[in-house]
Design a protein around this ligand. Sequence first.
Ligand code: NAX
Ligand code: K
Length: 494
Amino acid sequence: MIELLTPQEMSRADALAMEKGPHDGAGLMDRAGAAVADAVLARFAGAAGFDILCGPGNNGGDGYVVADLLRERGLDTKVWRLAMPRQGSDCEAVAARCHAECAPLEDYRPLPGRIAVDALFGAGLSKPVGGAAARVLGSLAETGVRVVAVDLPSGVSGATGQVLGIAAPAALTVTFFRRKPGHLLYPGRALCGETLVADIGIDARVLDEIAPRCFVNDPALWRAEWPVMEPDLHKYRRGHVGVFSGGPMATGAARLSARAAARIGAGAVTLLSPGAALAVNAMHLTSIMLRRVEEERELLEFHEERRPKAYVLGPGFGIGELTRRFAEAILQAQQGAGLVLDADAITAFAGDPQRLADAASKRRGDLFLTPHAGEYARLFPDLGGDDDLSKLDRARKAAAHMNAVVVYKGADTVIAAPDGRAAINANAGPHLATAGSGDVLAGMIAGLCARGMPGFEAAAAAVHLHGEAGNGCGAGLIAEDLPERLPEILRDYP
Ligand SMILES: NC(=O)C1=CN([C@@H]2O[C@H](COP(=O)(O)OP(=O)(O)OC[C@H]3O[C@@H](n4cnc5c(N)ncnc54)[C@H](O)[C@@H]3O)[C@@H](O)[C@H]2O)[C@@H](O)CC1
Ligand SMILES: [K+]
């Protein structure tokens, strides 16, 4: 169940399911409505009554099925319809046989103690919600009546998670077959409340034809590429990571990355430090090696001699020509290596992103960019300022343009590959929003890249395990804790 379908892909799944049987459109709708009614009864059977808000499309159709099922149970149930069902739709067919009392939506007033089932718009939302629907959704949000959303809270775009017009927060959302990006991308994710995915009898083989390109970032997405630890493994075959340190007053970030690379299983890690910071770094390192790298010549010597599999450049490094030259040197080296550009190394290319794109077009190893929203907007001002683009679109466009795996960070981190695959992360808690957390993630990505994981999977695995590490710490978390949680988590990934 890791695939995420756009509303268009979901309607294709519905159509393919109807074509192949055994259920026709009304049959799927019966099952969808029954799944919602079951979920409502499991949680809110004791409510004073049930108000089913029905739109004119098939989302409304699900609502009529719910109304009938609750009414059959003898529960106080009333349908409030926005408009008559669309002619010839499955909604029209199920509405015609619904026995619940119907009234115009504009007469609906939310009453405390009753449950509102929001079946106004689902996958077919096509414009901002206005008029009576907007007034009702606004009043739901104000009165705090408990809302169960059918498929999606009406007003939330399934494709982007953005609110078109207005949406009312749901306590529970019941969706069908597979989730959509809008269930996982904010603000949609927060408006969905608890999300249930119901099986309505669509055969998963329809996915072979749809070939979805977006996934929830679950271990099932990358587990097959997890590097196997062979018993006779030599430390350099486990991959060597080089991490660039900043000057004497900015060394901590690089050490966090280095420690994370080591903890995630790189066989060796070397901190590449300017001469002035060697002493301060040496005072804080034990198993991690230290080497002076201040000029491009020293970097190339290290690269030739030690053949690292991946680098981290950016944390605490500073923004300047040296940053850009180091990045280019690694991307253009004969012996390819992965390169994670984080923090300052992303900002260093702001103003001239084409220079990075040119270097990346010739790369021999994987390239990763790990911006948060601010860094993203600095590097891609046009994409960052385009309100029509979702976070998913932005990550994908950046990945294609930079020929890189882009990890667009935040509470709903998106990982996108240049080939169009993308994953949305869902396991990270708010405690991860702390100084140094991103430096740890950069090191984890480099470590998994050095261990031989392909780029997209390495980034997705690192983001997931970073979330797990954060959840293991909870409140009081500081970035130093994250690498130390990894040995326990990695017991599940031998
Ligand atoms: N037989 C099927 O096709 C199935 C459909 N399912 C349900 O059907 C939904 C999708 O149905 P539809 O494609 O009919 O789409 P919706 O019912 O989500 O909405 C489409 C209707 O709403 C109108 N509309 C869209 N945005 C509006 C706005 N902002 N203001 C006013 N009117 C607006 C459209 O003109 C159209 O009439 C899913 O979300 C799911 O709940 C499920 O029952 C599974 C089976
Ligand atoms: K809805």
